[in-house]
Design a protein around this ligand. Sequence first.
Ligand code: NAD
Length: 506
Amino acid sequence: MSETVTTDPVARYVRGREFKLLIGGELVDALDGGASESFDPSTGELLAQVPEASAADVARAVAAAEAAQPAWRALGLRGRTACFRRFGELLTERLEELAMLDAIDSGNPIRAMRDDVRICMPYIEGWPALAAALAGQAIPASPGNLHYTSHAPYGVVGRITAFNHPLMFAVTRPLPALIVGNTVVVKPAPQTPLSTLALAELCAEAFPPGVFNIVTGGAPAGDALVTHPRVKRIAFTGSVPTGLTIQRRAAESGWVKHVSLELGGKNAMVVFPDVDVEEAVEGAIFGMNFNVCQGQSCGSNSRVLVHRRIYDEFVRRAAERVEAFVVTTSYREDADMGPLVSAQHRERVAAYVEAGVAGGASLVTGGGHPDGAPRGGWFLNPVVFADVRPEMAIAREEIFGPVMSVLPWDDYDEMLASANGVELGLTAAVWTNDLDLAHATAERLDAGYVWINDSTRHYFGTPFGGTKNSGLGREESIEELSSYLETKVVHTRLKDPATALRRMEA
Ligand code: NAD
């Protein structure tokens, strides 16, 4: 259970620790001794050396997964559910350690990372329940015959994840593939490998050898997984450019593959003038995920389109809210926000802030290094931009950081054109007390997931995913489960009963 750590958590959970890959149930080093470094975003200091998997390690992991898959499938839903249950128990026992590793390695605030571990539980319990509801169909496709469908797992699934929720993605994203009888090779993001490598110890205990494999590394390891001939199903969470590369590389491998993509967002929150402004601001701040991952979330409402009548008040209140955040070392209990994940990413986000100012947007608050935060860390004070115009880069491109652009609107159709006028379509939010208006607007917003008077929350069972360049496929739902299965039709020609009886008598 959770305990409050007051001593140095880096010394306690990271220093002197060995991190290993998980291949075939064994905790191992990379074959060629390959290693890379993981850094503490709060200080910029080196945290640990971690194994860097080569293509040969990925091939080992795929071979182990392939060897384990028939027995895992044969275990049946009940047997697989028992492993899930054990996995959940171990996660609960090691909640504090895993949450701290995420906070230390990613820069996300510790309080949110404890929630990230807790969020895994409904998925661990939910996937077996949904899998029990999977069914085939008997289809009346022709008279007098029997046509039915059955479903089979792909075999080995490759699961590649992003840096912003390291542990939560490493736990929850492979589960739907596993519960329907696939085995997995998981590759986390290279910026944040520590919690996933610690998770390897739990997976080794909860699952039969080879069912859950973990390889760390960057693009070369990911590419080896994507192009491996025995991995037909690839599921990816990350950026649009990498998603496009994966589609191309999957095709170039010469093997037909099923690729699903959860990519970026530049998500609009539309605010009508009838709202309680304070409540709507709260929704926008919450929806920006400032206090979860410094806004580094695909689902963040980074474009807030606010009706002119309440615009000034909205901007003022939003600025006051973010100015009150404690921005500091992510593993301090009082951290509301930590640093960005890497020096490079901080530079990228800061460049957007500069471009916004140069382009004529009003920087209401934020930018710069927070007072009191360690100098070597990759911190950025949370930003609220006002007077943003739809054509500006800060209104069109995913920044993936603590930058919220607030755009005024007067005309409904122009507002809608602006909301839909970007290449991404992951989420959107509508805030109004007028139910007709809310639903009519939700219908017109081009996004895969729309909240009305809410933001950012995921509800297990509801399909999550994007339109346009935000992705392909839907997750967290029965649709995702089905995506890890291939459909087979069995057709039986039924003889005429009279003919069958005559034969019997002959
Ligand atoms: P990224 O695309 O840089 O990396 C994601 C993963 O892909 C990492 O594990 C990386 O090592 C791997 N990778 C990189 N090149 C590869 C290649 N050629 N072949 C195979 N794998 C490769 O993304 P990121 O910076 O880690 O994450 C940020 C992005 O992720 C943002 O765009 C964000 O919106 C998106 N994201 C989307 C969702 C969602 O559910 N839609 C959730 C979280 C993050």
